[in-house]
Design a binder for this molecule. Sequence first.
Ligand SMILES: [Fe+2]
Length: 195
Amino acid sequence: MSLENIFRELQSIFSDQLEIERKAIEALQNASFQDYKPDKHTSLPKEFANVMQEEQAHEICKSILKAKLDWCPPKTSTDRQYIEHSKRKAHVEILGPNGLIKSDMVRIGLYGMLSQSEYGIRTHPAEEIYIALAGVSYWKRGNEKYKMLLPGERSYHPSLMPHSSKTENKAFMSVYVWSGNLSTDDYLYKGLPID
Ligand SMILES: [Fe+2]
């Protein structure tokens, strides 16, 4: 089944160098597909498929494109600005409290944003890591300047570190892990950075 392929392939994407990635590997290994029934399927916009088929995209993109997933903007916050800025995102939580497969250890999701989009500064109690799988994105950690993230590269955000992300002329696709306090109650969206 294609979701199981994604879980298996993700285990080789995460490294054992960081604790958050070791936890992700462990949670993926413990996942049970016994009660999983595929939900409705929403197609990914073509722009995502284009970057996911590029030569530099990670191999797992082939499995992600084959899987029947319900792609939609994330609903982490009810903030009006957050909802507006999320329209150009595609997301599915595959493992976690709201995931296709349940886990209370981590949240793991697939997450992308169309080109020419910006998602402003946010903070949350969970520590987080993004690994780029396809396309090009730009990430800002704390007071640092935006840095380009290419397939295979990571952006790590300790608990409560403000971070923001944007795209230019390409879309991107990534996988993220949340570890620690997985609650979204204290997720804060502060809008687009000024500089
Ligand atoms: Fe985050």
